[in-house]
Design a protein. Structure first.
Length: 604
């Protein structure tokens, strides 16, 4: 069987309506830190005295999970240790590992047990030596031991099992192809598996005989499952109600009224049943008075989890303890304010917790609020915050991690920004210079330049940081700003944004010397005319050039060519009449360079 600290609401026998809707929870899992505590056990002292006698190894430790078998008990504590004690029923006590570490949750049955570790691995033991043969590489999220097999829900939601070979007559196998599982609960001749959709799969001899069948009306609405000896079973539904069933289900009538409309946070069944309501009260029902008679020591306590076996029961009682220490936030600098989030406690103290700020471990006079303004008297000190709370006879004191040392106050800074040139043609070299000034000293650190939303960081030197802007800034207006990050003595500051105006680069056209080949008195076989297109920023020109070439009394020649990568446009003409021509070169310009036009005379 498996003890289940349930984060859900339950009732008994019939369905009880009106409770909060609940999701499915994977199990086993240790109790959250605000619900852990000490262990209480009760039952038939004449039959299981050793199971009721808690071991000294639990003293001073927080119990995070528990389990019971016929005559034994087990617990996992917050240090990851496993504790098993009682009368050995066939290997559950004597064969349990005594040096286990990293334990998260435990499952126990009369002839063995299993532990789910925090890393997802499983350790099992028992009279059946096959229990110890855990599948290689298993990573589990839930584990439960039956009399013959160990079952584990893997982290990918499938079922893994090992132990006695399955036989249809005596040890039926689980259904094939189970997926999406979140939990498994095994107890002798009945095993249940729960998937994320709230559906239960069941197997075992009690199922095959029709003696322990899951009520069909709850399928698809189950949030958690529980099984116990003699074929008893229970489920918490998504609406917060429960249903119990099986060959010998716990008798529901005595507690039906007590649980109506209440949220239950823990449940277990094994012929008898235990449930814990959200107020921490334990409710029990079933045929065994030694179990259903709840001990007076639990009156008024906050019970978080329960386990029940044939002869005894156990409960984790949340005690008054620290869950998380105080946390201090803020900058440890004169003039700044530190803020403390007080410690989180498992239970409400009798009166509000008190706080105290400490400097190097000593109280700061009058500093008992959750905020502390740092003054010059605290320079060099390490600051922490202490919370003190009392519940009954228990005092809980906790101190935050220290922050500091406290540094002197910072001074204001100003950041100014200049760009040279702030306006100019495409491709021009531009330098942005940020100057950071402070009343005393020269600021150090870095400046972040932001240009059109993109950033680059430059170190300060002598209070200045420079950045060469990209040469390929597109034509148009660009927003540039500079922000100073501050240093130990200087506050951050941000410049006013400035506009970088990029215009088209100016173009200069220069006609080259005409080259003529194959000249006769009347005709030139070939003429090559060149035009250089230069820019005033040195950037390359692109685009096209049109040449209009006309001699007096003759038809004009018009040719359009592309400007080469070297900025030169070449026009080649064949069989050109000798003489003097008027050449008009027209450059089209581009997205980054202005257009241009020149007229020259050309002799061919």
């Amino acid at each position: 069987m498996r003890i289940r600290p349930l984060l859900a609401a339950t009732a008994t026998g019939a369905l009880f309506a009106g409770l909060t809707s609940l999701p499915s929870y994977a199990d086993p899992a240790p109790l959250p830190a605000d619900r852990t505590g000490y262990l209480e056990a009760w039952g038939d002292a004449g039959t299981v005295p050793d199971a009721l006698d808690l071991p000294d190894s639990l003293d001073g430790k927080q119990v995070v999970d528990l389990a019971t078998s016929t005559k034994a008990s087990a617990a996992v504590t917050d240090d990851g240790a496993l504790h098993v004690w009682g009368v050995d029923s066939g290997g559950d006590v004597q064969l349990a590992p005594d040096d286990l570490t990293g334990a998260a949750a435990v499952s126990l049955i009369g002839n063995g047990g299993a532990v789910l570790k925090r890393d997802g691995s499983v350790v099992a033991w028992g009279a059946n030596p096959a229990f110890k043969t855990v599948p290689s590489g298993l990573s589990a999220q839930a584990v439960s031991v039956s009399g013959q097999n160990v079952y584990a829900v893997t982290t990918d939601g499938t079922l893994s099992s090992w132990g006695t070979a399955h036989d249809p007559a005596t040890n039926p196998a689980p259904p094939a192809g189970l997926t999406g599982l979140v939990d498994v609960s095994a107890a002798g001749a009945l095993t249940l598996a729960l998937d994320a959709d709230g559906e239960i799969s069941e197997w075992g001899t009690f199922v095959d005989l029709g003696l322990a069948t899951t009520p069909p009306e709850i399928q698809g609405n189950v949030a958690q499952i529980a099984t116990g000896g003699a074929g008893s079973a229970g489920a918490i539904l998504k609406d917060g109600t429960i249903r119990v069933w099986g060959f010998t289900p716990p008798i529901p009538a005595p507690v039906a009224t007590a649980l109506t409309g209440k949220r239950v946070v823990a449940l277990d069944v094994d012929g008898n049943a235990l449930a814990v309501t959200e107020d921490g009260e334990v409710h029990a029902w079933g045929p065994t008075a030694a179990i259903t008679d709840i001990p007076p020591s639990l009156d008024g306590e906050q019970v978080a989890a329960v386990s029940v076996s044939q002869y005894h029961a156990a409960a984790v009682v949340t005690d008054f303890h620290l869950v998380t220490p105080p946390v201090v936030t803020g900058t440890a600098r004169v003039g700044q304010t530190l803020t403390a989030a007080p410690a989180v406690l498992s239970l409400e103290p009798d009166s509000p917790a008190t706080g105290q700020w400490l400097a190097d471990g000593d109280p700061i006079a009058g500093a008992d609020d959750t905020a502390l303004e740092l003054d010059e008297d605290l320079i060099g000190s390490m600051i922490s915050y202490r919370t003190t709370a009392t519940r009954g006879s228990v005092d809980v004191e906790s101190i935050s991690t220290e922050v500091g040392p406290v540094t002197p106050a910072t001074v204001a800074s100003t950041t100014t920004l200049a760009v040279a040139p702030a306006a100019g043609g495409y491709g021009a070299a531009r330098i942005a210079t940020a100057t950071v000034a402070a009343p005393d000293g020269t600021p150090t650190g870095s400046v972040t330049f932001t240009l059109d939303g993109k950033t680059t960081t430059a170190a300060l030197s002598g209070g200045k940081a420079a950045w060469k802007l990209p040469a390929d800034l597109s034509v148009g207006a660009h927003s540039l700003s500079a922000s100073y990050a501050g240093d130990s003595a200087t506050d951050p500051s941000v410049s006013t944004a400035t506009t970088v105006a990029v215009s088209k680069a100016g173009s200069t056209l220069k006609a080259g010397k005409t080259k003529v080949k194959g000249k006769t008195k009347a005709m030139a076989k070939k003429a090559v005319l060149n035009l250089d297109v230069d820019t005033d920023t040195g950037t390359s020109a692109a685009g096209t050039v049109m040449l209009k070439l006309k001699a007096k009394g003759s038809k004009a020649h018009k040719v359009t060519v592309t400007v080469g990568a070297d900025g030169v446009a070449k026009v080649k003409l064949k069989k050109l009449k000798r003489g003097t021509y008027k050449a008009t070169w027209t450059y089209s310009g581009s997205a980054t360079v202005d257009a241009g036009k020149i007229k020259v005379k050309v002799k061919v």
